[in-house]
Structures are given as structure tokens and as C-alpha cells.
Design a protein around this ligand. Sequence first.
Ligand code: IFM
Length: 450
Amino acid sequence: MNKIKIDELISETSIMRSKDFVWGVATSSYQIEGAATLDGRLASIWDAFCEEKGRILDGSTGGVACDHYHLFEEDLDLIKSLGFSSYRFSIAWPRVVDINGNPNELGLLFYERLIDGMLARGIEPMLTLYHWDLPDHLQQIGGWTNSDVQNLFSDYAALVMERYGNRVKYWATHNEPWCSSFLSFDLGIHAPGKTDRYEAMAVGKGLLMAHGKAIKKMREINPSAQLGIVINPIVSFPHTSSERDQKAAEIHQAELNDFWFDPLNGKKPPECLDLPNLSMSDLFKPEDLDLISQPIDFVGVNYYTRAVIEQADNIRGYEQVNIPNVERTHIGWEVYPEGLEQLLKELQASWPMPTWFITENGAATDDVIVSGKCEDAQRQRYFQTHLGAVDRAISSGVPVKGYYAWSLMDNFEWAFGYSQRFGIVYVDYETQERYPKGSALAFKNFLLHG
Ligand code: IFM
């Protein structure tokens, strides 16, 4: 019997306990699907990146991952059995469009079955269009900075909206565009592994332009769809009270938050992000901001940790500091639930939205299976304290309408390969057996037995 009560810090009268609050689990295509060369799927930038020596910690790839492409019916049964009412998944662009930009029927059929499988089980789909698997041939022609690629993204968005718009209500364009720009083109950690801050900013803007173009088209096709975007904003704390560290923390937070939320609200990002010979007003022209700031219905927030920042003599002007004597998860990220409450309040104060979702929140822990069971006490406490933080933000007036745990199951954790397990369900990658961990059972106790 599970001892940790996951909802212990949610108040008795919270709307998180009402039937309208959405409880879901989240995944993404490249991290779980496998079947990387089946049924006409094209290579993505992640397939190419994984082939480069030294890019992925354990030398692995998402080629097989959780084989969800073949096991999706069982995975949907699992979601249902745990009591979740929604499933956030992403479509692999390279699976549904062929090299000439025409629909790939076999790929489209896979998502059709997946969506129908959700609906048959009473699970609400939340669909993400781009969770980092850009078709590799589109990166070869300049990727997101090329306006043709932005237009192709909006064609792809229109294609899937035409196909699934009658069955899917919630649509997000990008997942964490900071990762597909700054982490990928400035820090060089994600595909395609470049280290040029100027390019990162141009890519970031390109992602926002593609978002605006896609929203415009999807809205025309289906005015009743709920359209949004998923951001990974942060609260950045200065390491010391020095003016230098305060300024550095301001730059870091602006890069993660303002760079996205300002343009989405029709405003150029702040000057603290300017680079020599590149100001934010050069980058974001008024007509760009008009396109990017299409009205949207919700924003998803992915939250894992906070950042502690100090001044540094590099092009960014900051460096992240790992402070000692704090609780960390297996991946090394500080456990800081208060940050989620603070973040939600700050976001609603600066960039108000009618609806926020927590589209990802979770922890990697050092999980082992003993007699078919996995006791993940740290993850259960993590969920408990973060749910309490969401509840407090809601009671102070932030309209959070749902919460998605990251992740349904262990999966390919990008540059960390399979060395980090974020699932509430354990995956034995040799046998593809799934084992609900203590946290999954704690959610189940709460969701099915209240
Ligand atoms: O696994 C990722 C996910 O793809 C995006 N958000 C953060 C998660 C944990 O790193």
C-alpha cells in the first residue's frame, strides 16, 4: 500500500479537487515512439545528432525508445488505469509529411489510431506540434531562420488540424522553444549542437514567427479549437546581492521568460538581451510582432527547478551556479517548489492569460525495480510539494486549469540518453515491460479514490 498522499498539500476546497480540473500525463514523440525508420518516417535533427559521437551521454538514440509506436494501445490502457483524464503527446513532423511536403498517410494513420484510442477510453488529447524533431532536410536549408521552413510548419499545422481538428480540442504549437533555440544553438547541448548566440536568437525569433503563422492558419480552419504554446519559464535568483549578479539574473530570466512572452504579447523583448550589433528592436520588427502576437487561448508552463545566477565575462553575461546543501534530483536539478508558486504569480501579473496549464512537472530519480516494484519516494514528495505550490498559486488568483506529470513513463532523455528516468511508470528497455512506480500508484489513489 502506498504511504505518501500525493494530494496532501492541496487544500480541501481547492478547484484542483473539482471534476473540471484536468489531470494528465505528458510525453513526446522522439522520446517514446521508436520506429524511427518505419512507415516512411524521415530523419529528424535528433536522429542525425544521435549519430554524432559524444553528443549523447550513453551513446544511445531514440531509434527504439519505449516502442510506443507498437505498444500505444497498452500505454493508453495504462493511462486510463491510473485515473488520468488527459494525455499530452506530440506529433513527429517527419512522420506525417514526406520529403516533398506531401502527407504521409501511414504516419497520419498512427496518430489517428492514437487519438481515437484516447477518445474511446475517455481521455482528452492535448496535442503538441513541435517537440524538437525537426525534419533533418529542413535544417539543411537553414531551419527555423528560413521563412520557407516557417511556412512549411504552418502547412504541417494545417494538415493535422484538417485531419484531427474534429477530435482534438487542445493544440500547442511549440514545446519549450528556449530549448530548440538557446539550448541547441547557443549552449550546443541539444540538436543540432551549435554555439552561436546570434544564431540562437534568430532561431528563437523564427520559432515565434512559425508559431504565429501556424496559429493563424489553424484558427481559420477550426475557430473552436483551443490554441496555445508551451514555454519553460523560470525564476532566476542572483547568487549574491551584488549589482553584477542581479543584472546577470535579470538577463537570464529575460532570456527564458521575456524573450517569449513579450513578443507573444506584441512587445519586443527587453534591452538587457541586446548583443553587440544586435538589438531586440533590430530582431523584432513591428510587423513581426503583429504576426507573432496572434490571440491564443492558453499557455502551458513546464517547471522543474529554479536558477541561481552569477555575473560572468562571456557573451551571455551570466553563468548558472550550483549552490551546495540543497536537495537535488538524480539529474542534478534543485528541488524548489516555492519557485513554481512565485513563477505562476509573476507570469499572470506580467502577461495575464485566461488559462494556464502546468504542461510538465516532474523529477528524475535513481529508480530500481525490486520484486516488480519501484519505490520512488523522492519523486512522490516532489509531486506533493509542487502540487501544493500550484494550489497556492490558484488560490491567489492564477487561473491554472490543469496539471500534467512529466512523464507517463521513462524515456529517451535527450543528451542524457536513458541515464535519467522521469517516468511515473518504469520501463525495462530490454523487455519493454512497464511497471507503475509508487508515484503512479499515489496518483491513482488520489484520482480514482479521492
Ligand atoms: O524530457 C524533457 C522534455 O522533453 C521537455 N521538458 C523537460 C523534460 C525533462 O528534461
